[in-house]
Unconditional design. Structure first.
Length: 134
C-alpha cells in the first residue's frame, strides 16, 4: 500500500505494507524484488514500513504434520476461509539479511504492540550513500 503524496517523479514519501502481505512472498528472489521495488518508488528520505507476525520457530510436529515446510521450516501452510494461504516466517536475522542484500543501509527490525497484539515491524529508508541511493 502506498500512502501520502505522489510526486511528479512518480515517487512516494511513504510505502506501507500491512497485514502480512509481504510475508506472502515465499522465495528470497521475490522478497528481494519487492524490497528493491519499494526502494525504487521511494523519494530520497522516504521510508517504508512492513508489518507482520513475530517469528515462532517450527516445531517437529509442525514439520511432520505439514504445517510448516521449506527451508528451515520457514513457510507456514496457513489456511484462511478454506483457501491455502502460505506465509514466509521471517525473524530479525532474515529481515536484516534481506536489507543487506538489497543494499539498504538505514533500517530497523523490532517487535512492537500493534492493534492489541505483538507484531514484527521492518522500517527502512531510502537514503543517499557514497555509491548512490539506497
Amino acid at each position: 500500500m502506498l500512502s501520502r503524496v505522489q510526486t511528479a517523479s512518480n515517487t512516494f514519501d511513504v510505502a506501507v505494507c500491512l497485514w502480512s502481505a509481504f510475508y506472502e512472498l515465499l522465495t528470497s528472489a521475490e522478497q528481494l524484488v519487492a524490497v528493491r521495488e519499494i526502494t525504487r518508488i521511494l523519494q530520497l528520505g522516504g521510508w517504508a514500513l512492513v508489518e507482520g507476525p513475530p517469528y515462532v520457530p517450527a516445531t517437529p510436529d509442525d514439520l511432520q504434520g505439514g504445517k510448516r515446510y521449506g527451508p528451515e521450516g520457514r513457510i507456514a501452510a496457513d489456511v484462511i476461509e478454506g483457501l491455502s494461504n502460505p506465509h514466509y516466517r521471517y525473524d530479525a536475522a532474515t529481515l536484516v539479511y534481506l536489507m543487506q542484500v538489497g543494499g539498504i543501509r538505514e533500517y530497523r527490525v523490532s517487535i512492537e504492540p500493534w492493534a492489541g497484539r505483538p507484531r514484527q515491524l521492518l522500517y527502512f529508508e531510502k537514503s543517499v550513500s557514497r555509491r548512490g541511493t539506497t
